[in-house]
Design a protein around this ligand. Structure first.
Ligand SMILES: [Fe+2]
Length: 333
């Protein structure tokens, strides 16, 4: 650690917002903090300067820490304990994920040739993490970026009419949990016990229909906008786009009028009154994310810290090895 004497009660960080921050990409709100500009130990900085980190996160939505050499699971594990809560388990899953212990996960085992659409982690759920942090252990040879988009700006790109409809009605989510279609229900709910799944669904007001031992259809309603606990602002925070059938058809290279039966469609979303989200509504959401998202090339040892409510993320297809690990902190509901 440099430039910090632990015997001094009040640390004299030499951090200056106008000198030690660079924009991650021109014209986008996210910032880069480079070790060579600040020369702090990242773990100490995150621990002691919590207020500053929270202030920067609120303003910018995401911070990329580069050059701090966080290049092992163990080093990342240490960083994850610097927040208001230790990492939380990944429950009610929407993507296959491999645990590395201590609630640190390989970001996803989803096939490398496929894109992962923009989303805010667990925004379809009753509990989510306020912060999400990624770390690059192995940088991909080609592609594999984690695009990010400020949900405040995404929301502004959605027409008032469509936003009002989402805000008034909320969103109905529907998922078919089956190993033949997407993820099986034991992986999603992290239990092999059907009674336990029925209990979780009842507790969270999720309708639950077992078609057979392996297939389960679940359906539930959530708001489209959520109140940020620190700013009090209502913000676009949902999986309306990610789970929508047009996203899935798009990704599979199928036309939007392709008729896929419900039990073969991994997921779909509707307005909260049960009405369809039209293809043009879907295109409007897609365009909002596309306009606002930005990319950076992962470098080994990078740490990306996001306010999960303020900033959405995705994943580009990639070639070669890629090991990005992730932890979710500070449960919020
Ligand atoms: Fe994610």
């Amino acid at each position: 650690m440099k430039n910090f004497d632990k015997s001094i009660d009040t640390p004299k960080w030499l951090f200056k917002e106008n000198e030690n921050l660079s924009p991650l990409n021109d014209g986008k709100p996210f910032i880069l903090i480079d070790y060579h500009q600040v020369t702090y130990d990242l773990n100490d900085w995150l621990t002691i300067e919590k207020d500053l980190v929270n202030k920067l996160l609120l303003k910018h939505g995401g911070i990329l820490f580069r050059g701090f050499n966080i290049n092992t699971v163990e080093k990342f594990n240490t960083i994850t304990t610097s927040f208001n809560s230790e990492p939380i388990p990944y429950m009610f899953r929407s993507s296959p994920r491999y645990s590395l212990g201590d609630h640190v996960y390989l970001s996803t085992t989803y096939p490398s040739s496929r894109k992962i659409n923009m989303h805010s982690e667990s925004s379809y759920s009753y509990v989510w993490g306020q912060k999400i942090m990624f770390c690059c252990i192995t940088e991909p040879i080609e592609g594999g970026e984690t695009p990010i988009a400020d949900n405040r700006l995404v929301m502004r790109k959605i027409s008032n009419e469509l936003l009002k409809k989402f805000d008034e009605h909320g969103i109905i989510y529907q998922r078919t949990l089956s190993p033949h279609v997407s993820m099986g229900w034991p992986e999603v709910f992290q239990t092999e016990d059907r009674q336990a799944v029925l209990g979780i669904c009842k507790e969270n007001d999720i309708s639950c229909n077992f078609l057979n031992d392996q297939e389960l259809i679940i359906r539930w309603k959530r708001p489209a906008l959520a109140k940020h606990p620190l700013t009090g602002d209502k913000i676009w925070f949902n999986h309306a786009f990610f789970f929508n059938k047009y996203s899935i058809l798009d990704e599979m290279g199928l036309l939007p009028d392709e008729d896929i039966p419900d039990d073969l469609l991994p997921s779909n979303t509707f307005f909260g009154d049960g009405s369809e989200i039209s293809h043009s509504d879907y295109l409007e959401l897609r365009s909002a994310y596309e306009t606002e998202k930005t990319y950076f090339k992962w470098k080994k040892g990078d740490v990306l810290l996001l306010d999960n409510m303020l900033t959405a993320h995705g994943r580009s297809p990639y070639k070669g090895d890629r090991k990005i690990i992730v932890a979710i902190m500070e449960p919020t509901s």
